[in-house]
Design a protein around this ligand. Structure first.
Ligand SMILES: [Zn+2]
Length: 235
């Protein structure tokens, strides 16, 4: 069984896995990535004879050597629709997030800085305005054994609509409307964790207060921050 969207998602997920390994964010098999492939009523869903479909990495899949054919397709209940391998042991976590949100892609890693911070803090304070792209301060979900419903409840409970969460003594989970954005959130979270670690090594990091964060959001709206602008339109 195949469809262009699944083939494309498989290639995209495999490329992303190798890139995450190359950047040192995933060691061996320590992570998982998924993409929403079909929504209810879509042509893709009809092609698969299902309502929802998600492409996801296999359990035990080595990120550095991930290939498109390793990626499997599952429905909303976790049944394998296509592919030869068993899906990741964190399948329940991915499906739980897809069920509770409209998100399009999810990345879970044991990235070193995020994992280190998750072993110490109950929340990563908003120490830099770039963190507002992740919703500001990042909650740390209570520890639970990997692959359990307890971990799913802990992570989804801590997330509360944010695109990123740290998982105590475990790692990080980010999501976004597509895989590119989900990966960008992973990279930004890892950067923020490293900045916190560097700052904390020389003193107590200051956090931005609510008023400072609101001022940044107003400034972003006024200046259209983060986008290039023709000279004629710039002030
Ligand atoms: Zn994990």
């Amino acid at each position: 069984m195949s469809a262009p969207q699944f083939d494309q998602a498989r290639r995209q997920i495999a490329d992303t896995c190798r890139e995450l390994a190359r950047r040192g964010l995933v060691l061996g098999t320590a992570g998982n990535v998924s993409v929403r492939v079909a929504r209810p009523g879509s042509a893709e869903a009809d092609a698969f004879g299902t309502s929802d479909a998600f492409a996801i990495t296999p359990t035990g899949g080595d990120f550095a050597t991930m290939e498109a054919h390793h990626v499997v397709l599952v429905d909303a209940d976790g049944h394998v629709l296509a592919g030869d391998l068993q899906p990741t042991s964190e399948l329940g976590l991915h499906l739980g997030l897809y069920r509770s949100s409209d998100t399009g892609a999810i990345v879970h890693t044991h990235a070193p800085m995020a994992t280190a911070v998750s072993c110490v803090l109950d929340e990563l304070p908003c120490i830099h305005y770039q963190m507002l792209a992740l919703g500001g301060a990042i909650p740390v979900a209570t520890y639970a054994t990997f692959g359990t419903q307890e971990l799913v409840r802990s992570v989804l409970g801590a997330m509360e609509g944010r695109p990123a969460v740290l998982m105590a003594n475990h790692g990080a989970l980010t999501h976004g409307q597509n895989l590119e954005i989900a990966v960008a959130h992973t990279l930004l979270l890892e950067w923020a964790c490293e900045m916190y670690w560097r700052a904390a090594s020389i003193g107590k990091p200051r956090a931005l207060d609510t008023e400072q964060q609101m001022a940044v959001i107003r400034q972003v709206l006024v200046r259209n921050y983060g986008t290039t602008q023709p000279i004629a339109e710039a002030d």
